[in-house]
Design a protein around this ligand. Structure first.
Ligand code: ASP
Ligand code: MG
Length: 395
């Protein structure tokens, strides 16, 4: 039987009613004759709430700047997916089907030893294969694995996508279905740009670049994993079985998509070009994910801080290591144009510059992406102007 891997995001399992709808959809896939593996995220805002508890547990008095240890954060946040996996298994069993839930480590997801932002290095899904052979539906806790040192690790925010794609590849599934509250990928975040266009097909490179600079619909590591293993990702809305239901396919054959991606809060550094060696060294030592660096007369670099729980502490170290000529900016965001020729067609870069206007602090241009840094408050209007100028409304 063909294996189908389905992943359900946090909003799709936010409460018991929604979880029940997911159980119905899973049972339908099983009834259609597939071997079904389901990867789940934590319910609703669980991960954020757990991180907030950790932050409170770590603050002793007012002046405290301690960041919780990433190992303990992994022990904590990995519980979120254990709750949703077991509840979904119970809901499926209640519908008369045989199901079993597994944690990441039980599923054979082996990672490196980098806590809170680990990378999968190997997948050994023997237990999953055995249970599928017994006719069971297998539910897997997303976002987590076990390091080769047998420690529990997590895969970075949105990492359940990565779990799903890695399992699809290891189990020989051709497609990985990612279900959430949106019906696929758009030319901008529809909450930011109301007339964003639905993108029915994208290539891996564009989608990965979009995810790396802030598109939340799919995780960048997941897309990278899909590209390396030629797994097609299908992004759909949970429970949408109407004839007009839309989906986005991310594959090697994708279309020439162009999209606007924005991040309202990033960490940026402004310094002198002579600090380049230092900046790279500190970035490496702190394990910060560098998005761009340019060193002309001035040096600018920026990092996405989504997977840096201890940014406050890292920020202090960065400032101390670089000395007085450098400024670490906290109040900046980034707006990017992503896609084929995003940075090689002058009219597109011009569109970005015009959209940013006087708010622009720095510009980075790559073949697949052009990015401006600007004050956080200017991010949304810039993204809207850029979309109107370069992409236009729904056709
Ligand atoms: N629950 C985790 C998060 O909120 C992982 C995921 O949703 O994929 O980031
Ligand atoms: Mg989540």
């Amino acid at each position: 039987m063909a294996v189908v891997v389905q992943k359900y995001g946090g909003s799709s399992v936010a409460d018991i009613d929604k979880l029940g709808q997911v159980a119905d959809q899973v049972v339908a896939a099983r009834a259609a004759g597939h071997d079904v593996v389901v990867v789940v995220s934590a319910m609703g805002k669980t991960t954020d709430n757990l991180l907030e508890l950790a932050r409170r547990a770590a603050s002793v008095g007012e002046a405290s700047e301690t960041e919780p240890a990433k190992r303990e954060l992994d022990m904590l946040v990995s519980t979120g997916e254990r709750v949703s996996m077991s509840l979904l298994s119970i809901a499926i069993q209640a519908r008369g089907h045989d199901a079993v839930s597994f944690t990441g480590s039980q599923s054979g997801i082996i990672t490196n030893d980098r806590h809170f932002d680990a990378r999968i290095i190997e997948v050994k899904p023997h237990r999953i294969e055995d249970e599928l052979a017994r006719g069971r539906i297998v539910i897997v806790a997303g976002y987590q694995g076990m390091s080769y040192k047998r420690e529990i690790t997590t895969l970075g925010r949105g990492g359940s996508d990565t779990t799903a794609v890695a399992l699809a590849a290891a189990l020989g599934a051709e497609r990985c279905e990612i279900y959430s509250d949106v019906d696929g990928v758009y030319s901008a975040d529809p909450r930011v740009v109301s007339d964003a266009r639905h993108l029915p097909a994208l290539d891996y490179e564009t989608m990965q670049e979009m995810a790396e600079v802030g598109a939340k619909v799919l995780n960048a590591q997941a897309v990278e994993w899909a590209r390396r293993n030629q797994v097609t990702i299908v992004a759909r809305r949970t429970g949408d079985r109407s004839a007009t239901a839309r989906e986005s396919l991310v594959s090697g054959a994708g279309g020439q998509a162009l999209a606007v991606v924005s991040l309202e809060r990033i960490a940026a550094l402004q310094s002198s070009a002579g600090e380049l060696g230092n900046v790279l060294e500190v970035t490496r030592a702190l394990g910060l994910p560098l998005c761009d660096v340019v060193a002309g007369t001035e040096l600018w670099a920026w990092w996405s801080v989504v997977n840096v729980p201890g940014w406050g502490e890292a920020r202090g170290k960065l400032a101390r290591a670089l000395g007085t000529g450098s400024t670490v900016h906290d109040g900046l965001g980034a707006v990017s144009l992503v896609g084929v020729e995003a940075g090689t067609r002058p009219d597109r870069v011009q569109g970005l510059l015009e959209a940013a206007g006087g708010a622009r602090r720095a510009l980075f241009v790559h073949p697949l992406r052009a990015t401006v840094l600007l004050e956080s408050a200017a991010v949304v209007p810039c993204a809207q102007r850029l979309h109107a100028r370069v992409i236009g409304g729904e056709a």
